[in-house]
Design a protein around this ligand. Structure first.
Ligand SMILES: [Ca+2]
Ligand SMILES: [Ca+2]
Ligand SMILES: [Ca+2]
Ligand SMILES: [Ca+2]
Length: 405
């Protein structure tokens, strides 16, 4: 794992009360406010003072400014700015050779507080560029380059979790910038669209509108639930409004067919801890909901896993507040049989659980567990006969703001 150099540095600076504010000075003529919209600006004084140069394209070599930059201001639409003490964005693995500025919280800053693996950045910036994710500052793609080790292996092709119908389960990655990518498991990603940070919940698994392709559900900040019909190629058609009032739900999980009619269903937990089952009608929305449980506020992360227990009915995996992991076996009638513990503890940090289909091609669906905090591990657990799971390796690490669905 790469060292979270920036995170450590910023945390230490915050503890010492050293983080500079981004408040524009009253006199715009000499401060950060001089930096025009769309530009990245460098200053030879601290706090936006002194001479200024502004850029709208990446600079592989800052030239005469290499020994002058003491403060910077990000007025671009990119969340990240990447600063390198060397030219040509040189980055040395495994130690970060780059510093990142996040326009969301730190649009202007003095370089006095920053250094990379080579040297201090104050009066020593060789190259600059901007990015949607921290991953790009390190020379990677914006999206999580998920490379499933088993893609293309022989064995039974997966159907659960396969958005594009090639037999390999897929993931969706929402980046820090709210851009949604389709990850097919071969390390590549395809941009689906931008603006997805307006969604407070995303969930998929199962065909909701009866065309055979897996669909996506998303709740917006206003509490509206939208259905994005999968086109079977890894992206989605025009969304349709399912309904409003979904902000009363603290968990929303699609899990494929739960009641045995072949149509994708949904479970949702409300603020009172009640668990509701929304039966899909096969047309893209849901019939009358049914109460299927109470006391679910102790549950944390949810995953529609597919049929882990091996009885032909889709199941639910959830972690609880004590860090245990539970399998709730679907009974094929729309609710669950007696739950079974499949993880005795330590699941608390894994705030993201996802059913990822059968990536190991052994007929048992597998589980993804990720620590959503910055730079967290993405682990895979292989489903086993009898409804158990076994650790199957760490594939990747999340960057700030990554969501996986
Ligand atoms: Ca696929
Ligand atoms: Ca569909
Ligand atoms: Ca159903
Ligand atoms: Ca089952």
């Amino acid at each position: 794992m790469r060292i979270s150099f920036r995170a450590a540095l910023v945390t230490a600076a915050a503890a010492l009360g050293l983080i500079a504010t981004s408040v524009a000075p009253a006199q715009a003529a000499t401060g950060y406010a001089r930096c025009a919209s769309g530009k990245f600006c460098v200053f030879d004084g601290q706090d936006g003072q002194g001479a200024m140069a502004s850029f709208s394209t990446p600079q592989a070599d800052l030239g005469a400014w290499r020994t002058k930059v003491s403060s910077v201001y990000n007025h671009t639409s990119y969340q990240y700015f990447c600063l390198y003490s060397r030219t040509n964005y040189q980055y040395i693995d495994p130690v970060h050779d780059v510093e990142l500025l996040d326009s969301g919280t730190n649009v202007g800053d003095d370089l006095y507080y920053y250094h990379d693996a080579n040297s201090h950045l104050d009066n020593n910036v060789g190259s600059i560029r901007w990015a949607h994710t921290a991953r790009q500052c390190e020379g990677g793609p914006e999206y999580l380059p998920w490379d499933s080790p088993d893609v293309g292996d022989p064995g039974t092709p997966a159907s659960f979790g396969d958005l594009n119908g090639d037999g390999n389960p897929d993931l969706l990655n929402r980046t820090y910038a709210g851009r949604l990518y389709f990850l097919r498991g071969d390390g590549t990603g395809t941009l689906i669209g931008a603006g997805w940070n307006s969604m407070t919940a995303l969930t998929r698994h199962g065909d909701l509108n009866g065309d055979g392709a897996e669909d996506l559900l998303a709740r917006d900040t206003a509490g509206k639930l939208w259905m994005y019909p999968g086109n079977g190629k890894g992206w989605f058609g025009a969304r349709k409004l399912i309904g409003g009032g979904w902000n009363t739900m603290t968990a929303i999980q699609a899990l494929g067919d739960l009641n045995g009619d072949g149509k994708g269903d949904l479970v949702a937990r409300d603020t009172a801890g009640k668990l509701w089952m929304y039966p899909g009608n096969g047309k893209g929305w849901f019939g009358a909901r049914k109460l299927i449980g109470g006391g679910w506020n102790v549950m944390r992360a949810f995953a529609g896993i597919g049929d882990l227990s091996g009885d032909g009915h889709n199941d639910l995996v959830v972690s609880d507040s004590s860090g245990k992991l539970w399998l709730y076996p679907g009974n094929g009638k729309g609710w669950f049989g007696t739950r079974k513990i499949i993880g005795s503890g330590g699941w608390g940090p894994f705030t993201t659980l996802r059913g990822v289909g059968d990536i190991t091609r052994d007929g048992h669906p597998d589980l993804l567990a990720a620590q959503t905090e910055a730079f967290g591990e993405v682990r895979f657990y292989a489903g086993r006969a009898g409804g158990t799971i076994a650790y199957n390796g760490t594939n990747d690490y999340l960057a700030d703001g990554d969501g996986l669905f």
